[in-house]
Design a protein around this ligand. Structure first.
Ligand code: ZN
Length: 320
């Protein structure tokens, strides 16, 4: 068994109790944001389920445990997109359905981990539904998602849901300070949704300076001094993360208008609030969310052009 990350232990103990009592549901959905290390939890769970000696942990030496160790257990199947960012295909799900109909190779449990579920297209999701509707007794399905709201309700309603909640900013900071990465500003955890591993990567890859650079360019824009084309180009080079950061800046700015203040706020929040009134921050944050979602769903779009368009509108609203 792995030494679990501290924020995973509550849910793991709950799972263990459920396995111990032999009432772990046949179909489960675990909801966890990216950068929470849910893979570690799934790994512990898989080894425990497959072990022939213990119900809720792996012994490490039985035949099953050894097969798990060498990644060759015939009753353990992980379904994930063949390439990152692509979808799992209906053929992958059909194959998984066929395997679920067969009997266990080692006369124990069979486990299917589907990872991440939102990467299934609609026909794959429909194919999976059939199997979830009539699960055979020794068959477990563990579905992992980072975005539960984008799943078909027909899928979620057939699964027991487990939520992996992010720790408080302060606990993330404490954990990070033990990872010898030097000083970590409190807002680093905040703009990464308090997901500890995402924050760790953020700090390690020196995205702190990248963030500060984008923040100062954005504030210059609010002062009608920025180079909007340059900013759009930079935001478009990693739109998924940089637009998210900006969203936190706008959202913190709104809170400043309400007189709120926490050490985890983005450093430029107060200045943004000074330059832009609440109503505009609110409406532009909504527009930004729409843009983020649009870019996420349609990978073929011209991100730079759409971001430029949003920045012009943002600037226009401030000027008007
Ligand atoms: Zn074992």
């Amino acid at each position: 068994m792995n030494d679990l990350y501290p924020w995973l232990t509550d849910l793991w103990q709950e799972w263990q109790a459920s396995l111990q009592a032999d009432r772990f549901p046949n179909a489960s959905l675990v909801v966890a944001s990216q950068g929470m290390g849910v893979e570690q939890l799934v790994d512990n769970f898989s080894r425990a389920v497959m072990c022939q000696n213990y119900p809720a942990e792996s012994c490490g030496f039985c035949h099953s445990c050894q097969l798990m160790e060498s990644n060759s257990h015939p009753d353990f199947h992980v379904i994930r997109p063949e390439k990152e960012g692509k979808t799992s295909t209906v053929e992958q799900i059909r194959q998984c359905n066929r395997l679920a109909q067969e009997s266990s190779q080692l006369s124990g449990s069979r486990l299917f981990v589907i990872y991440p579920v939102e990467a299934m297209n609609e026909s794959a999701a429909n194919a999976l539904l059939k199997t979830l509707e009539e699960p055979s007794a020794s068959c477990l399905f563990l579905l992992v998602t980072h975005r539960s709201h984008s799943l078909l309700p027909t899928i979620t309603s057939r699964c027991q849901q487990w939520h992996l909640t992010a720790p408080e900013s302060q606990s993330v900071a404490t954990w990070l300070s033990a990872q010898s990465v030097g000083d970590v500003p409190a807002y680093a955890a905040h703009i990464n949704g308090n997901a500890p591993l995402a924050t760790l990567e953020f700090v390690k890859q020196d995205k702190v300076s990248r963030y500060l650079e984008l923040e100062s360019q954005f504030i210059a824009l609010c002062q009608q001094q920025g180079d909007v084309v340059k900013l759009a180009k930079e935001l478009a080079s990693h739109p998924d993360e940089s637009l998210n950061w900006l969203w936190y800046l706008l959202s913190d700015g709104q809170k400043v208008h309400y007189g709120l203040q926490t050490p985890a706020f983005t450093p430029g929040a107060a200045q943004v609030a000074e330059l832009v009134d609440y109503q505009r921050l609110y409406s532009q944050a909504q527009e930004l969310l729409k843009l983020i979602e649009q870019l996420r769903l349609h990978s073929g779009l011209n991100a730079e052009l759409l971001i430029l368009d949003w920045l012009f509108k943002f600037n226009g609203e401030i000027c008007s």
